[in-house]
Design a protein around this ligand. Structure first.
Ligand code: GLY
Length: 338
C-alpha cells in the first residue's frame, strides 16, 4: 500500500517532470515553426486496464498488428505476439524499410537490425545481419538460447545458420534499381518520411498484464557499410519495463542513440507522465540537445501498464496502428513541427 509520504514523493516527481515539459515548450515556442506542445498534451489517466492491446509504427503496422492479434486474442503472450507480428513486414518486399526487399547500403548490401524485449527484462538483438529474412526471430533466439544480448555481422549470421535459418538473397530487383539510381549522384540526404527509416516497432500488453516489444529494420537507405541504427539497441529503439510501460521509435536512429530515447520515454512514464506526454518529453529533449533536429524525422510510440498509448514526432506524417478488442485503427501522431 502506498503511504502518504510515498504518495507525496511520487506526486512531486510527476510534477517536476510535467513542469520540465512545460519549461522547454516555452523556449521552443519562440520558434514560429514549432507547435505549442502544451496544447497537445493528453493527460488522461485511468485505473481501468485495457488489455490485450498491440500498437506499432506506420501503416504497415496494421497488417503486423493483425498477426500479433492472432496470438493475443487467444490468450497468447505479448513476447510471442510481437515476434509474430513484425515478421509480416519483414517478409513483405513492398515494405522497403524492413527485412526482405529493404533498401541496401551504399555497397548494395541489405543489412538488418532488430531487437526484442520481454516482461522479465530479457532481451536479444542482432545488428548488421545479412541474408536472413527474419532478424527478429534470430534476436529472439539470442535472448532465449545464449548468455548474451547482442550478436552482430558474421557472428550473428553463423548463429542464425546454427539455429536452422537459411541464407537468402534479400535484395529485390526494385531495391536494386533504387540503389543503382542512387549511385548516379551518391548524395546522402535522406528524404523525411520516405527515405527511409520507417522501422517497425511494436509494443503489446497481453491478457496477463505483461508487456513486450520488438523492433526491426533495414535501417537508413544507402547508409555507409557497417552503419547500425537505433533499432537493435535496447534503450534507443526499444525499451520495456513491465512495472511501467514500453516504448519504441522510428526515424533517424542517430538521434535516438544520442538521447537513449526509448529508455527516456519509459523513465518519463515512471515519473508520472502519460504515454503521449512521455513521447513529447523525449522529442523535446532531442530538439533541445540536437540543433539540426528539424532536418530529420523521429517518432516515439509508447504503451503503459494500463494499456494507454500515445505518440509524438518531429515532423508531421508519422502514423501508428492500434489493435484491441474494439478493432483496428491508424492514428496520426502529433508533431513538434507542422
Ligand atoms: N530507425 C531506424 C534506423 O535509423 O536505422
Amino acid at each position: 500500500m502506498t503511504t502518504k509520504r510515498e504518495f507525496l514523493k511520487i506526486s512531486l516527481v510527476g510534477a517536476t517532470a510535467l513542469s520540465s515539459v512545460g519549461a522547454l515548450s516555452t523556449a521552443l515556442a519562440e520558434d514560429k515553426s514549432v507547435n505549442h506542445v502544451n496544447e497537445t498534451i493528453d493527460n488522461k489517466q485511468t485505473d481501468i486496464v485495457q488489455k490485450p492491446v498491440v500498437v506499432s509504427t506506420w501503416e504497415h503496422g496494421l497488417s503486423a498488428n493483425r498477426a500479433a492479434w492472432q496470438v493475443l486474442s487467444v490468450g497468447g503472450k505479448a513476447i510471442d505476439a510481437v515476434e509474430h507480428g513484425v515478421k509480416v513486414p519483414e517478409a513483405d518486399p513492398s515494405v522497403m524499410t524492413v527485412g526482405y526487399g529493404g533498401y541496401p547500403d551504399r555497397e548494395g548490401k541489405v543489412t538488418l537490425d532488430a531487437c526484442i524485449m520481454d516482461e522479465n527484462q530479457n532481451c536479444g538483438s542482432v545488428a548488421f545481419l545479412q541474408h536472413i529474412k527474419h532478424p527478429i526471430s534470430v534476436a529472439r533466439l539470442v535472448m532465449d538460447k545464449t548468455p548474451h544480448v547482442m550478436l552482430v555481422g558474421e557472428g550473428a549470421l553463423e548463429f542464425a545458420k546454427s539455429q536452422g535459418f537459411k541464407e537468402e538473397n534479400l535484395l529485390t530487383n526494385k531495391a536494386k534499381a533504387a540503389w543503382q539510381d542512387w549511385l548516379k549522384e551518391s548524395t546522402y540526404n535522406p528524404v523525411i518520411n520516405v527515405e527511409n527509416h520507417d522501422t517497425i516497432g511494436m509494443l503489446a500488453l497481453d491478457k496477463y498484464g505483461d508487456l513486450s516489444g520488438a523492433c526491426t529494420t533495414s535501417g537508413a537507405a544507402f547508409k555507409m557499410s557497417g552503419r547500425v541504427g537505433d533499432s537493435p539497441l535496447i534503450g534507443a529503439g526499444l525499451y520495456v519495463d513491465n512495472d511501467i510501460g514500453a516504448a519504441t521509435a522510428t526515424g533517424m536512429g542517430e538521434l535516438m542513440i544520442k538521447t537513449v530515447g526509448c529508455h527516456l520515454v519509459v523513465e518519463m512514464m515512471r515519473q508520472g507522465l502519460s504515454p503521449e506526454q512521455a513521447c513529447i518529453a523525449a522529442v523535446e529533449r532531442i530538439a533541445q540537445k540536437l540543433g539540426d533536429y528539424k532536418k530529420f524525422q523521429v517518432g516515439f510510440l509508447a504503451l503503459n501498464k494500463s494499456g494507454e498509448y500515445g505518440s509524438y514526432c518531429i515532423q508531421s506524417g508519422f502514423n501508428y496502428a492500434v489493435t484491441d478488442k474494439s478493432g483496428e485503427k491508424l492514428l496520426d501522431a502529433k508533431s513538434i513541427l507542422s
